[in-house]
Ligand binder design. Structure first.
Ligand code: KG4
Ligand code: ZN
Length: 338
């Protein structure tokens, strides 16, 4: 089955063609991502109006390129899959309307998928993919959640962030430290030469908290703010120490809860996806803790971790295979919870 995936939920206009066979895995025939980083950089965060406008300008060229690189035409596809939510409503609508028009014009099946579901399914495009069930930790700029994945389409939410997403915390702290947007990768880089034990930042919810698999990063963010107010914005060695200490607190909280949830739900594998999965300390700590617990760890290639059309295509391919078809009245669903 050949499926075109279209993603416009936030600040990436992305399209890809994925081919699936008998099993759960898929292969990527093309994968085109236009990032709006330059559009939003000077504002220090995503500006929804600018995002919608840029998606409108880029969506057709990105789609054309994806089809051309895959060497196929619209009519040669078995389906179109588009992100319906969650995300920015204006941004989502661009993708949904374009996908609906193309599907109607070419008379091919259409499905709407959940963006988080896309992140969870992305590992099926990886060279090394687990067999379900697995625990999925989605850590991006907009989401921090734990899901039990029993099969494509069968997800059970185990925990969420109660406030900021992990990537959002990275970006806000980076902004506070005067680093460019998005700041996660800059903190990761600076932290390499810092001491993670220099400052003992809070780890969010207490170990015995009722919400054993939930996350909270707002207290940590406030602790960094308080530190900066007291000591000023650091530079040199102190900046590296602060970045390392902050990063350690985030990665400790994420891996602790992920391992705890995997053990609790008796899941043999952990998959980490979303932009923050690129973080070097998170990868290292997850590897250590999973090895200690006998849990197999899967870290998809960075290109599959950040927003892309291929993850939407593979999630949609499985929906299409189950016989699902979009209602002709399908619209965006910005608050869709998986
Ligand atoms: O998945 P993604 O590309 O987009 C969203 O759906 O949000 O994730 C982007 C997030 C940003 O917050 C960015 O700062 C963070 O991922 N990020 C990182 C690293 N690379 C990207 N955070 C920490 N360490 C990194 N190396
Ligand atoms: Zn995402």
């Amino acid at each position: 089955m050949r499926v075109l995936g279209l993603e416009t939920s936030c600040d990436e206009t992305a399209a890809a063609v994925v081919e699936t066979g008998e099993g759960l895995r898929g292969s990527v025939l093309s994968d085109v991502v236009h990032t709006q980083k330059d559009v939003h950089e000077k504002w220090g965060g995503v500006v929804p109006e600018l995002a919608s406008r840029d998606h409108l300008q880029r969506v057709l060229p990105v789609l054309d390129e994806a089809l051309r690189k895959a060497g196929c035409e619209l009519r040669g596809l078995d389906g179109i899959s588009v992100t319906r939510g969650p995300g920015l409503v204006g941004a989502l609508l661009v993708g949904v309307q374009v996908a609906k028009s193309l599907a109607a014009a070419a008379r091919i099946p259409l499905v709407g998928v959940n963006h988080i579901e896309g992140h969870l399914m992305a590992v099926l495009l990886s060279e090394r993919a687990p067999a379900p069930p697995w625990l999925g930790l989605v850590v991006s700029g907009g989401h921090t959640s734990l899901y039990e994945v029993r099969a494509p389409g069968e997800y059970r939410a185990l925990g969420h962030t109660l406030d900021d997403a992990a990537g959002e915390a990275f970006d806000k702290v980076a902004k506070l430290l005067g680093l460019p947007y998005p700041g996660g990768a800059h903190i990761d880089q600076l932290a390499r030469s810092g001491n993670p034990e220099e400052i003992d930042f809070p780890r969010g919810l207490s170990r015995r908290s009722r919400a054993a698999f939930d996350f909270s990063f707002s207290g940590l963010k406030t602790a960094v703010l308080t530190h900066v107010r007291e000591h000023g914005v650091p530079s040199g060695r102190s900046l590296a120490d602060l970045c390392a200490s902050f990063q350690e607190a985030v990665c400790d909280a994420l891996t602790l809860r992920a391992v705890r949830a995997a053990r609790h739900a008796r899941l043999p594998a952990l998959v980490i996806c979303g932009g923050v999965a690129a973080n070097s300390r998170l990868r290292q700590l997850a590897a250590e803790r999973c090895a200690a617990e006998g849990i197999s760890l899967f870290l998809p290639e960075p290109r599959l971790c950040t927003d892309n059309g291929a993850m939407i295509a593979i999630a949609g391919a499985h929906r299409l295979r189950r016989g699902e078809r979009a209602d002709p009245a399908m619209s965006a669903e910005p608050g869709w919870r998986l």
